[in-house]
Ligand binder design. Sequence first.
Ligand SMILES: *Cc1c(COP(=O)(O)O)cnc(C)c1O
Ligand code: SF4
Length: 353
Amino acid sequence: MEEWKKLVRDTVNTPEKLAAIFDVDLDEIKRVHDVFPIRINPYYLSLIEEPGDPIWKQVVPDPKELIRTGFEEDDPLGEEDDSLVPNVTHRYPDRVLFYVNYMCPIYCRFCTRKRKVGDPDSIPDNNIEMGLDYIRSHPEIRDVIISGGDSMMLTDRKIDYIVGSLRDIEHLEIIRIGSRVPVTLPQRITPELCAILKQYHPFYINTHFNHPREVTPETEKACGMLVDAGIPVGNQAVLLRGVNDDPTVMVDLMKKLLKIRVRPYYIYQADLVYGTDHFRTSIKTGLEIVSALRGHISGLGVPHYVVDAPGGGGKIALIPDPVVSFDDEEIRLKNYEGNTYSYPSTSFYDEDW
Ligand SMILES: *Cc1c(COP(=O)(O)O)cnc(C)c1O
Ligand code: SF4
């Protein structure tokens, strides 16, 4: 049996298995698990150094998940409303999210799709064919993001079928997979899988590291294999209280990602999802982190900090405002050290100069 399949087989997926490893309150864990299931594979489990650390917080159920704070909804981004067929979210004119699997290598406690992950009923029998038909019949779609759950938990054959069928659609220009597998089950990235994926260029992967301790020899190897197969690998982190809501941690994460050839792409402000409010930070914290990145790391390592607008408005980027003043003659700008610089706001060749 392949190593990754053994890790999936030996996954901690019940409160009892978790209580056999850590000193946790079994009843409390059971109450949370009944609503939002546990799943931690032995590789990711091995990264936990002590209870309550940034790895633990991402996977061990917390009774706070059951608290309704008044901020949250089950589907705050209106993904279901933007779906004409189940599991294809068509929000932007030219690109869609295609949800193909309910299973993940771990179940992240902060997941935006907590309402679906781990639930086999979220995938109807003919899910893949319905999605493919929808994309085939909409020539305005140029870009598809295969999402989940995690498509890389499927078999090589099934992944080959899905990506290959998409590649046969003439109007599709790029194909992307969004997957936490390279981070949380890096053993799944095998030479066979890379050989399949590299047939379907232009093909991109966005993965999801949240903490520098997730950058290990195993994840470095997995990301290196993907990049060597010609697949650009980007990172979409989520800003999480108690995990990475600290400029030092985020600067360290971005530097480590660049070293393993993963390009930081987004930092998400946490969505207003039921069961995750204890992870959410203020917007101010996010802006402070982006300020700390700018100037202290190459532009290659500075992701966009985005809020996914509630109700399906799409992603909106926030930047710390560098404009001190701006009129017809000059713009005055603040740099990363807080010094102010003046720049002409017109060009000699402007028509109305
Ligand atoms: C994030 C997202 C995309 C892709 O957005 P990019 O900014 O192109 O990476 C597409 N559809 C939906 C519904 C999304 O949430
Ligand atoms: S791997 Fe992704 S989809 Fe799965 S639980 Fe984690 S954040 Fe959610």
